[in-house]
Design a protein around this ligand. Structure first.
Ligand SMILES: [Zn+2]
Length: 444
């Protein structure tokens, strides 16, 4: 196992864009996932609406620079601003997002952006990252080949369908999809400025709703200088003969008919909400710096002044060396002042990992806790940027392999951190609970 692991770790250092899947597997995975999604998505089946929408998509997919895939374009009867592009080419856009568009170029911009994600294979790249996070050891033992991927993913509890976590992209992937969209729009003779104006409107919706992000922004996290990046790309490629965005007669007929389609009675409530019965008790910091929810029945041990351990009854083993958490979560604040300049999140996280190794008996030997290269990813904690670092360890209590997640976020002059631990074979069971705990954190 040891040599296999080393081989995989070397492979993983090769870069951020590791993708274990083939283009053929993209098509297979997308076909399974989109079938599942269609059971949950209320599609608009009006022939005229679909004809116009498809014609825009087909104009973009004629680009010779795209891989040969069977793109499909569907309109979803939901007012929520969102769009989904499954690996292999099935693209679903909510009417809410399409209704924001004011001309053909803005409709084309949505589709070009999703086609960009599909063509650059961002879904399976995210899925590969997810496998690194959830199953670093089994990935090290053998990558999914042939038809085996489905069994492997199912066994790991990776969900498909509309909530598939691999449909949430990284900021880098967003930038890449936008650059591709600008080129595709230009090749298809749409005004690429449609992308910029559409994303501006999505931002305006966010401001208008008091900062509550549309789902689109959650799935497609845009960087702060996104609009400038797009403008640069447009300047780089646009020719003076570029068409200017204007609404065609066809667009006007399409838009007028779309807004008349009856809305589903209630848009499904935000599905990311935590069901009340799975997590209910709340841990509150003594001065209410932060609070977080945890599963019913788990035991709380406060570690003053700022931290705590929350674990299931069998999660903490007491040995001569002290308490060893084999399942559960530890969290605390680490003071990161003392240097001349404020530390970046990455620097503060590195300092934490050194600190954890020094402090925690179970991970004192650096060989027992290693960072999985490439398996550090950005996430959000209480609406602010955070880092999730994946480590592989060996429990001193049980000597078996364990997976450790370290989630970190800057909080004033300290680093708020959470360490989640579970034995490798139980990790798929604990992972959704850990995700919910991360999701529940509120820092004041
Ligand atoms: Zn995107």
């Amino acid at each position: 196992m040891k040599s296999l692991l080393l081989g995989a770790l070397l492979l993983l250092t090769s870069g951020q864009s590791v993708n274990f899947f083939s283009l053929k597997q993209d098509v297979e995975i997308g076909s399974v996932a989109s079938k599942e999604a269609e059971q949950a998505l209320p599609l608009i089946r009006d022939g005229n609406l679909n004809r116009y929408f498809r014609s825009i998509g087909q104009r973009i997919m004629r680009s010779p620079s795209l891989p040969t895939l069977q793109y499909r374009f569907r309109i979803v009867n939901s007012k929520e601003l969102n769009s989904l592009g499954f690996p292999g080419g099935s693209i679903y856009v909510n009417r809410g997002l399409i209704e924001v568009a004011a001309n053909d170029a803005e409709v084309a911009a949505i589709l070009a952006h999703e086609i960009g994600h599909v063509a650059a294979r961002h879904g399976t790249a995210q899925l590969s990252r997810q496998l690194l996070v959830q199953a670093p050891i089994s990935i090290a033992a053998g990558l999914p080949t042939g038809d085996a991927w489905k069994d492997q993913l199912t066994r790991l509890g990776i969900s498909f369908g509309v909530d598939a976590p691999f449909l949430r992209y990284s900021a880098d992937q967003e930038a890449e999809a936008n650059v591709m969209a600008v080129r595709l729009l230009s090749e298809a003779r749409f005004d690429p400025n449609g992308l910029r104006s559409l994303l501006e409107k999505v931002n305006e919706v966010q401001t208008a709703e008091g900062g509550r992000s549309p789902v689109f922004v959650f799935n497609h996290p845009q960087s702060e200088n996104l609009l400038l990046e797009i403008a640069d790309e447009i300047d780089r490629i646009s020719s003076p003969r570029q068409r200017l965005a204007s609404a065609s007669v066809d667009f006007k007929a399409f838009h007028a008919a779309l807004v008349k389609v009856a809305s589903p009675d209630v848009d499904k409530a935000a599905h990311s909400e935590i069901p009340a019965d799975t997590i209910s008790p709340v841990f509150v910091h003594p001065q209410d710096f932060y609070r977080l929810s945890y599963p019913q029945g788990w035991l709380v041990t406060r570690t003053p002044p700022n931290g705590g351990i929350i674990a299931p009854v069998d999660g903490v083993q007491t040995s001569l060396a002290g308490n060893d958490v084999t399942r559960g979560a530890m969290f605390d604040l680490l003071d990161v002042t003392g240097s001349e300049r404020p530390l970046t999140l990455e620097q503060a996280t590195n300092r934490l990992i050194v600190y954890l190794r020094q402090r925690n008996q179970s991970i004192q030997d650096p060989n027992t806790l290693r960072i999985v290269p490439g398996a550090q990813s950005q996430t959000l904690l209480s609406d602010e940027p955070a880092l999730r670092t994946i480590m592989i360890g060996k429990s001193t209590a049980t000597q078996s392999a364990e997976i450790v997640w370290v989630v970190t976020r800057l909080y004033y002059k300290s680093l708020f951190y959470m360490v989640f631990v579970a034995p490798e074979e139980e990790f798929p069971t604990y992972q959704p609970i850990f995700e919910q705990m991360i999701h529940s954190v509120r820092l004041r």
